[in-house]
Ligand binder design. Structure first.
Ligand code: SR1
Ligand code: MG
Length: 423
């Protein structure tokens, strides 16, 4: 992959003419591009996203920009992330069919992916901010995690295929660097890109940055993230990367895909649910979000439970890779041995996911890229109270992950923190 000089960013005005001869566009929305209506709807940190409507329907046109949109052209970023997103979408579709948008076309030079327009889906993060309870997310996301993480690993893939894939995604280095800096390091010192709700959080931020155990824990997690290439990750699985209706859950935006530790995607997702939990107080009127809080704790517990159940099924039925071979266990009549190994693998994931969840919570409050759950709370004192509770949970998760036995224990702590008075 080399970056190219032929790249040109699309605009609302130029898109119809530039994509007018693309057969995927005409097939899905109609050939007469003079009739197309274009809206730019990208609200993420990196890319352009257009909804294009023609006489036959709508599609999404996503284009990477050669810089970080959130910051501007002072932070260049390779276009090739679009190539990794395309390849990740293809793999995710095979590993968990129907869970990602259908890809209609990929243009590597222009870093454009044309894909299915999801309707009436909305971004999960905004649904949760509104207090909407989605009945399917725990099961769908728990299964998605188990299927993609298991089937992208040496537990399942042919050795040669996985090594080739590892090499392909290893080139997504600049994107990994974003996570390595923004998630694991910058929140823990006064890095220039950081911001936080100030002055309300100044004291707790200083305490966290002086917390040696926390800094060491964050660096151990970074060590794991950078070096443990066990499976193809989504790499950015927060609630803004999920689109929902009451009946359907879709996972979008895997441009951060690379080979990393299984627990990362799970920890990031659960962290976003815990942040949603603590942010509810900032969105409620007349204490009307207690049901929503209980719902979110159930989603957290159920996502982990669904993940374990599905992972266990795959372990027992699809373990065709080079790890924990059946030849050593089941074929020797040693099913107990294989179950013991499964328990160990799940235990390791359990420990690590807590740590990843902890640092994800911290970086969304202390680092560059915040989330709308807290940012849309306009009363800054109220926002800071919500954020303080989340920061405390994050610290506990990152530092004490070896001491915690169950997700219920963490949810109980979240409930205690929620009830605590913050001064
Ligand atoms: C500079 S990019 C900031 C964040 O946006 C993406 O969605 C990732 O979460 C990244 O860390
Ligand atoms: Mg994204």
């Amino acid at each position: 992959m080399t970056e190219n000089s032929d790249f040109k960013a699309l605009s609302i005005d130029t898109l119809p003419e530039r994509l007018g001869s693309c057969s995927s566009m005409s097939e899905h929305i109609g050939a007469d591009f003079s009739q197309w209506e274009v809206q730019e709807v990208g609200d993420g940190n990196l890319n352009l996203v257009f909804i294009v409507e023609g006489t036959l329907g709508k599609v999404i046109v996503k284009q990477a920009l050669p810089y970080v949109r959130l910051v501007g052209d002072s932070w260049p970023l390779p276009l090739k992330r679009s190539y990794f997103e395309y390849h990740a979408l293809k793999r995710e579709e095979i590993r968990d069919p129907g869970r990602v948008p259908q890809v209609f076309h990929f243009d590597e030079t222009q870093a454009i992916i044309i894909m299915e327009f999801l309707s009436p889906h909305v971004i999960l993060r905004y649904a949760l901010i509104e207090g909407r309870q989605l009945p399917r997310i725990a099961k769908d996301l728990g299964h998605f995690l188990a299927r993609t993480l298991f089937r992208g690993s040496d537990l399942s893939m042919p050795q040669r295929e996985r090594k080739d894939d590892l090499a392909l995604f290893a080139d997504n280095a600049e994107i990994c660097d974003i996570t390595e800096c923004l998630v694991f390091s910058e929140p823990y010192y006064d890095a220039p890109r950081n911001r936080h709700t100030s002055p309300q959080l100044d004291t707790i931020v200083a305490e966290l940055r002086a917390d040696r155990d926390l800094k060491v824990a964050a660096q151990c997690l970074k060590h794991l993230f950078a070096t443990n290439s066990e499976t193809m990750l989504h790499g950015d699985l927060h609630s803004g990367s999920v689109m929902v209706t009451d009946n359907e859950t879709r996972v979008i935006d895997p441009e951060f895909a690379f080979y990393g530790p299984m627990a990362f995607d799970i920890g990031m997702l659960l962290a976003n649910f815990w942040m949603s939990y603590f942010s509810q107080a900032g969105h409620e009127t007349d204490n009307d979000r207690e049901h929503m809080r209980q719902y979110l704790l159930e989603v957290i517990a159920d996502t982990w439970k669904e993940f374990k159940t599905e992972f266990t099924t795959l372990w027992r039925t699809e373990r065709t890779g080079i790890l924990y071979q059946k030849e050593l266990f089941e074929d020797q009549g040693d099913t107990l041995g294989s179950e013991q190994a499964l328990d160990q693998v799940l235990h390791k994931i359990w420990i690590d996911l807590q740590g990843f969840a902890g640092v994800e919570i911290h970086r969304r409050i202390l680092g560059l890229a915040h989330n709308a759950d807290f940012e849309t709370i306009t009363d800054l004192d109220k926002r800071a109270t919500c954020e303080t509770k989340a920061l405390k949970l994050g610290r506990h998760l990152a530092v004490n992950c070896n001491l915690v036995c169950s997700i219920d224990e963490i949810n109980a702590l979240a409930e205690r923190l929620e009830k605590e008075l913050v001064t």
